[in-house]
Each structure stands twice: as structure tokens, then as C-alpha cells.
Design a protein around this ligand. Structure first.
Ligand code: SF4
Ligand code: SF4
Length: 227
């Protein structure tokens, strides 16, 4: 079949898309996501930059999880227009585990940063995974995003020095130091990651403060819930 049209997703801010042939993915990914072998393509959908947040705000959904609910509705409408009647499964957002960063690496979206969030040359660290869809159809797979990790040529690594918990100085990211610092009442990282905001790559795509706060409030709530 011919390529599918992602314009409606682009307009909604779901402007990162990658199509994989499930047969080309690692066996453990197939076994986890499609154990019955019912589907032929995996479509990874993400957002880069500020557009999605603007669309979600405009939609004013009465939801405690407006980004996921907006994504579900937008992807469902797009899918029914592009692949009407095709069997499909939305595996993310969902309850089962999905290796989003592993898929992001395969798509060329994710390169490791010292602060654990992924980075790429097109969007800096200002992108995220929004949906993973399996379809029983054969749209052509897409090429991986090109470009080296911006961290490779980063002079001085300002993110490392900016972390107030010194969580990035060791050979590996210290999640324990990061969490302990974030939980402090006077922490500068309760609703942001100071290190991430100091990264100089693609500042034009940086989320606005409300979007950053929304994201980090959710992660802090999870930290508080699980101790
Ligand atoms: S500041 Fe440099 S090392 Fe840190 S994430 Fe950005 S590009 Fe990578
Ligand atoms: S959230 Fe704060 S403590 Fe954690 S890595 Fe980012 S800057 Fe460091």
C-alpha cells in the first residue's frame, strides 16, 4: 500500500511519526507487544516542541490526563481516516509496559543525555513519546531520523554543572540523588529539571513553563506516591 498521510497528526502537534515493520523489530519487542502475531506494522507517535501543548490547552478537555486523552482521540480519528476498518491496537498510552526509549533509539529520535531524557539534533530534548499503535496493514516503513547525538560535540556539558543535586557527575546518572533532591520542599527541581533547561540545543523548541511544570509535577507525584 502507499504511504499514509500524517498531516492531521502534524497539525495536532503529534508531529513525530515512525512506522516499523514488526518483522524487523527485536523478537522480545514483538513477543511483548504482539504475542499472537496479529499485526504487521508498529507506528510510534511523538510530539516535538510546543504545538501539542497549545492544541491540548485549546481543546479544554475535562480530564485529569488531558495530553493522553487528546492523543487517544486524535490518533483514533486519524486512524479511521487513513486506515478505515483496519484491525489495530493502541498499546501506549495503556497499562502494559512498552520500551519507549528503545523504540525511540530505533527511530533515531533518542540519544542518551546525562540527565536521562533523550535528545536529538532536530528537537533537542524537547520531544516525548505519545502513542504506540499496532496495525494489521502494510504502510511503508519510514527511515530513521538522521543526525548524531548533540552531546557528542557539546563543549563543557553545561547540564552536568547545572544539576543542583550533582546527580550527573558520576559515571552514571544517580537517580537516588535526583529523587532525594526533588523531594526537598525548597528544591529547584520540584516542577522542572534545571539541567534540562540549561541544555543549549534547540532552545526554540523548549516547552513553555506551564508544560514543563505539568510534566514534572506528574513525575514528582509518582515519586511521592511510591516513596
Ligand atoms: S548540555 Fe550538552 S551534554 Fe548536556 S544534554 Fe545538552 S548537548 Fe548533551
Ligand atoms: S531533576 Fe534536578 S536533580 Fe534531577 S537531574 Fe534534573 S537538575 Fe538534577
Amino acid at each position: 500500500m502507499s504511504a499514509i498521510d500524517f498531516a492531521a497528526l502534524d497539525a495536532a502537534g503529534l508531529n513525530l511519526q515512525a512506522v516499523f515493520d514488526l518483522a524487523d523489530l527485536p523478537a522480545e519487542v514483538r513477543a511483548q507487544l504482539d504475542p499472537a502475531g496479529a499485526y504487521r506494522r508498529l507506528i510510534l507517535i511523538g510530539h516535538g516542541g510546543r504545538t501539542l501543548w497549545a492544541r491540548v490547552q485549546a481543546a479544554r478537555l475535562p480530564s485529569g490526563d488531558p495530553i493522553d486523552d487528546f492523543t487517544r482521540a486524535t490518533v483514533a480519528a486519524w486512524l479511521s481516516a487513513q486506515l478505515p476498518g483496519v484491525a489495530h491496537a493502541l498499546v501506549y498510552p495503556g497499562d502494559g509496559p512498552v520500551g519507549l526509549q528503545a523504540l525511540g533509539r530505533l527511530a533515531g529520535w533518542h540519544h542518551d543525555t546525562p540527565f536521562r531524557v533523550g535528545i536529538n539534533a532536530a528537537w533537542g530534548s524537547w520531544f516525548a513519546y505519545r502513542a504506540v499503535l499496532l496495525v494489521a496493514a502494510d504502510p511503508p516503513p519510514t527511515p530513521a531520523m538522521a543526525g548524531e547525538s548533540p552531546c557528542t560535540a557539546c563543549a563543557g556539558q553545561p547540564c552536568v554543572a547545572a544539576c543542583p543535586a550533582d546527580a550527573l557527575r558520576g559515571p552514571e546518572f544517580s537517580l537516588a540523588k535526583c529523587i532525594a533532591y526533588r523531594r526537598q520542599p525548597d528544591s529547584r527541581c520540584r516542577v522542572t529539571c534545571v539541567a534540562r533547561t540549561r541544555c543549549p540545543v534547540r532552545p526554540e523548541h523548549r516547552y513553555d513553563d506551564a508544560q514543563i511544570a505539568h510534566s514534572y509535577m506528574r513525575s514528582l507525584a509518582m515519586i511521592e506516591r511510591w516513596g
